[in-house]
Design a protein around this ligand. Structure first.
Ligand code: PLP
Length: 355
């Protein structure tokens, strides 16, 4: 069945897959809902977006995404509360950041209506797919890429914007041991590190594999020039607690401006936790680990909210972090997820209901 308006075409699937899904045992980001949103840019304009059955996209072998990597994405979640209401968390921030990434990759900006209305209608159509077991959510992946073809190394003339939905169980990776990386860099001044550009992640895989071979699970990236200051934890922003102060580094060309990062800073301030946004040197962290003032380190991002670090390695020496009963990581995660799942007041005005 197909319905069309001038703003959105909806083609519903005739074969829902929902009965085949075990909602009590969902992995993260591996099961997809029945529908997806697709919108194409051609002849200098975005065409009417379409919600259609989830399935393969067909591309020319010379589509520029394959050759020159014009590819960006976002990561966000929808949460269902006990009464079946569905909420997004600060979706405007994802929309704005998507177009910050587009601009840096010389891709055309996606109109707000296409992104927001498309997402809203897609979530409504597939709302039965939003899981409700504790910690689960609908992981949302908006993405854009150069579908226009040609081997000339220049921006494509056609693009595709799409959104897929992945009902996901809680992202619990356990505590991680990280390696402070001094040789490889995730990003550089003047580069694309602040954008959610596909190639940034491709470039992380190899150094991360090397760290895994050495017995670590993740890499702590340092600045590309001196390697003296920590910047991110894998594909998450990084927080450090020294004594009772919560530290994170300022955003820059090289650091992704995470929505979880800024929300954690706001919640921490409201909780009366002392925060500092400043450069954090490896030397300072090692001294703090040695004198016992290093209490916590954790990554922060949409998928896991916070990902606690229990040890870090630097130049072959491993440093353990203490086990705390009253960790900031747990406290801040609870405050944040209570807001996301509509279990508490939202003094910041971050929740947006899907209706
Ligand atoms: C997406 C991402 C983050 C976290 O951003 P959120 O908006 O909190 O999900 C941090 N660092 C990198 C490199 C990222 O890609």
């Amino acid at each position: 069945m197909e319905t069309a308006s001038k703003d959105l075409i909806i083609e519903k699937t005739a074969n829902s897959k929902i009965a085949q899904v075990d909602f009590d045992n969902l992995p993260f980001g591996k099961v997809y809902s029945d529908h997806m949103l697709v919108c194409e840019y051609k002849n200098g304009a975005w065409q009417t977006p379409k919600i259609q059955p989830f399935g393969p996209l067909s591309l020319d072998p010379t589509a520029k995404v394959f050759h020159y990597g014009q590819s960006i994405f976002e990561g966000m979640k929808a949460y269902k509360d006990e009464n079946g209401k569905v909420f997004l968390f600060r979706p405007e921030e994802n929309y704005k950041r998507f177009n910050i990434s587009s601009e840096r990759l010389a891709m055309p900006a996606v109109p707000e209506e296409v992104f927001m209305n498309g997402l809203n209608e897609l979530l409504k159509l597939d709302s039965d797919w939003i899981p409700t077991t504790p910690g689960s959510s609908m992981y949302i992946r908006p993405f854009g890429f150069a579908s226009g073809s040609g081997l000339h190394a220049s921006p494509a003339d056609e693009y595709t914007f799409a959104i897929v939905l992945a009902p996901s169980g809680s992202y619990f990776a356990g505590k991680v041991k990280v390696k402070i990386e001094e040789r490889y860099s995730r990003s550089a001044n003047g580069g694309v590190g602040f954008a959610k550009a596909g190639g940034n992640y491709a470039g992380q895989f190899y150094p991360t594999q090397l760290a895994v071979d050495e017995g670590y699970q993740q890499v702590i990236w340092t600045d590309d020039t001196s390697h003296e200051y920590i910047e991110e934890a894998g594909a998450m922003n990084v927080f450090v607690r020294i004594n009772d102060t919560l530290l994170t580094c300022p955003t820059s060309d090289r650091i992704l401006d995470g929505i979880t990062r800024k929300s954690i800073l706001d919640i921490a301030k409201a909780e009366g936790i002392a925060t500092e946004v400043r450069k954090i040197s490896v030397k300072e962290i090692i001294e703090a680990a040695e004198n016992g003032s290093l209490k916590e380190m954790f990554g922060a991002g949409t998928a896991a909210v916070v990902s606690p670090i229990n040890a870090f390695g630097f130049r072959g020496t491993d440093y353990d972090l203490p086990e705390l009963n009253d960790s900031y990581a747990n406290r801040l995660k609870k405050r944040m997820t209570d807001i996301q799942y509509n279990k508490s007041e939202d003094p910041f005005g971050w929740r947006v209901e899907v209706k």
